[in-house]
Design a protein around this ligand. Structure first.
Ligand code: GTR
Length: 328
């Protein structure tokens, strides 16, 4: 005979047993993102959190902290490495100083275009970069797009390397970028992303470099109205997780995390393409003075010392550089 009491007890026991099998990592993860609401990465990281919850039946949850509220990017990278935070959407630029393999993407003009970058990242070069990052405590779950970075400033159009001479240019924290500006006879100023607007406005720096969406979303176009299409860096981004947290997951859980991150990357890449277009339109409509640099050879030549610096510090990574360069 059906007993309500017995059924309730069975249910309670089942619930208790289930709670015992919930893995330790079921605690809510915390995720870092530098961008504002509405930015492709922000929307995609929220999607990642949603998919994680859905695919794990609510066992894996991620709380995203956007707009860089949990600190600067170099600090957040350190936090995810040591486990103070579990997840981050990082640009590979500031990961370079931590993992030499990842620094290969910060060599100017190493990628011919976005399609070349995708092929390299999806192939053996991507595996080598991931392996280097994993050794430093960061597991790359998926790659996000970040377009091509070009120079912008408050002074004048940049057409040739000589135009950068004497300019104070903000760069991300990475010696390769400082070397890149020095190679153009400019003055590099490594600085956190959040400080760039004010620094441009007050003349602490004359210029910076970034893709269309970040140039627009930060309002930098309001205070540095010359955008020159140098496209000297195409730097991918990762959805990264702390290696210990990842390694403690079961195979099924690892698959859930990877699938969720990859699905979010598909969305991010779609949103990225649309946003690159709309950001460009928005800044152009606001009166930004744009110039193309059809012949980039002079910049490429001037930036060669960056390769020498990288390869003399990491002679063993020459094959990785060549692998990317030879990727069709
Ligand atoms: C953006 C990138 C950020 C950050 C920023 C910067 O394009 O998405 O993660 O690296 O550039 O210049 O600091």
């Amino acid at each position: 005979m059906f007993s309500f009491k017995k059924a309730a007890l069975t249910a309670a026991v089942a619930l208790f047993a289930a709670s015992l099998t919930v893995p330790a990592q079921a605690a809510e993860w915390r995720g870092w993102n530098i961008h504002k609401p509405g930015y492709p990465n922000t929307v995609a990281m929220d999607k990642f959190a949603e998919l994680l919850k859905e695919k794990s039946g609510g066992k894996m949850t991620l709380k995203m902290f956007h707009s860089g509220t949990l600190g600067t990017q170099p600090d957040a990278i350190e936090q995810v490495r040591i486990g103070g935070l579990e997840i981050g959407n990082f640009n590979l630029g500031p990961i370079g100083p931590v993992a030499a393999e990842a620094n290969v993407v910060s060599l100017p003009f190493i990628f011919r275009d976005m399609a070349h970058m995708h092929r390299a990242l999806d192939g053996e070069a991507g595996d080598k970069i991931s392996a280097g990052m994993a050794k430093k405590g960061l597991v790359a779950l998926a790659w996000y797009d970040s377009g091509a970075r070009s120079f912008y400033n408050s002074k004048k159009p940049i057409n040739t390397p000589a135009d950068v001479k004497g300019m104070k240019v903000r760069v991300m924290n990475n010696d390769l970028y400082s070397g890149m500006i020095k190679a153009l006879d400019g003055n590099p100023s490594p600085m956190a992303f959040s400080e760039v607007y004010q620094s441009l406005k007050t003349g602490v720096v004359d210029g910076a470099e970034n893709n269309w969406p970040s140039y627009e979303s930060t309002g930098h176009f309001e205070v540095a109205g010359y955008y020159s299409l140098s496209q000297h860096l195409i730097i991918p981004e990762c959805v990264c997780i702390n290696a210990n947290v990842y390694n403690a997951l079961s195979d099924d859980e690892k698959k859930i995390v990877r699938d969720a991150a990859r699905e979010s990357a598909t969305l991010q890449r779609e949103l990225w393409e649309a946003r690159a277009k709309s950001s460009r339109e928005k800044v152009m409509a606001s009166g930004v003075k744009f110039n193309d640099i059809p012949d980039k050879a002079a910049f490429q030549k001037a930036m060669e010392p960056v390769y020498e610096r990288y390869l003399s510090a990491n002679p063993d990574l020459k094959p990785l550089v060549e692998l990317i360069q030879n990727t069709k």
